[in-house]
Design a protein around this ligand. Structure first.
Ligand SMILES: [Zn+2]
Length: 260
């Protein structure tokens, strides 16, 4: 049972589907569902079964309207019309936020709609950027939304990816801490074990290696951003530690591209 956050499974089951049918009562939001989680946690503790104690849930607002905007993004960018925003994760993408502290980083993901400070992304959909996990500078790991709801964090890959952001990297300077690296290693191991469908691990700066790969879905050839996060030192340290998992990286991705 370790590594199976029950609250997330509970959320994933009903909420996205309700978003489309407009049947979601106000209480059945991601926020409103945290209360039962406490009861489950108590049961888990009493039975000696802990639920990923290193991960703290700190959900960002993800109302029916944000879910609908996510569905619109999936339609516009990936040409798919699913009934909910759940994904089958195939890739882990690691990032830094380029924001100095936790509060500022969290605030970047909190608004449901893209703020006016991101005109670079606005033409590509109004749903704000989001992320499944955020790691603070002291290594504390927060889960911001259900693990298999689609987050907007990496062009072309969101529908296949779980993202991890790390607080720091202001001015494109690598200041990732040792405890952040350790937390990312634990998180990658946790995710790879929980989701056998995950085969790939990349840093955000490597995302364009997927262009031409079967998992690349972006329909707009003009929609690209240049990324440097989270840096080679960080990725090298993570990859060395999780090598036994056999996750594929840029070399394998290049070899798997379509030859058209
Ligand atoms: Zn990034």
């Amino acid at each position: 049972m370790a590594g199976k956050p029950k609250a997330m499974q509970y959320n994933r089951a009903a909420a996205p589907r309700s978003a489309k049918s407009n049947l979601m009562p106000p209480k059945l939001t991601f926020h409103g569902r945290l209360q039962p989680c406490l009861g489950l946690l108590l049961v888990a503790l009493l039975t000696g079964c802990t639920s990923s104690p290193e991960i703290q849930d700190r959900p960002i607002p993800f109302s029916a309207s944000r879910q609908d905007a996510t569905l619109a993004y999936i339609d516009q960018h990936y040409g798919r019309q699913p009934s909910d925003i759940s994904i089958v994760p195939r890739i882990i993408v690691l990032h830094w936020t380029a924001i100095a502290d936790l509060a500022g980083s969290f605030a970047a993901f909190e608004p449901e709609q893209l703020p006016s400070s991101r005109p670079d992304l606005a033409g590509a959909g109004q749903v704000n950027v989001s992320i499944q996990f955020l790691v603070d500078r002291d290594g504390t790991t927060y889960r911001l939304m259900p693990e298999t709801w689609m987050a907007r964090h990496t062009i072309g890959l969101n529908y296949n990816a779980i993202g991890v952001e790390n607080v720091g990297g202001v001015g494109s300077v690598d200041n990732m801490t040792d405890v952040q690296i350790e937390a990312n290693i634990r998180l990658v191991r946790y995710l790879a074990k929980k989701y056998p469908s995950i085969e790939y691990l990349i840093g955000h700066s490597e995302y364009r290696e997927f262009e031409g790969h079967p998992l690349w879905l972006e329909l707009d050839d003009g929609y690209r951003t240049e990324k440097v996060d989270p840096g080679d030192r960080f990725m090298t340290a993570i990859r060395r530690a999780v090598a036994p998992l056999g996750l594929k990286g840029p070399v394998e991705i290049r070899s798997e591209r379509r030859l058209d």
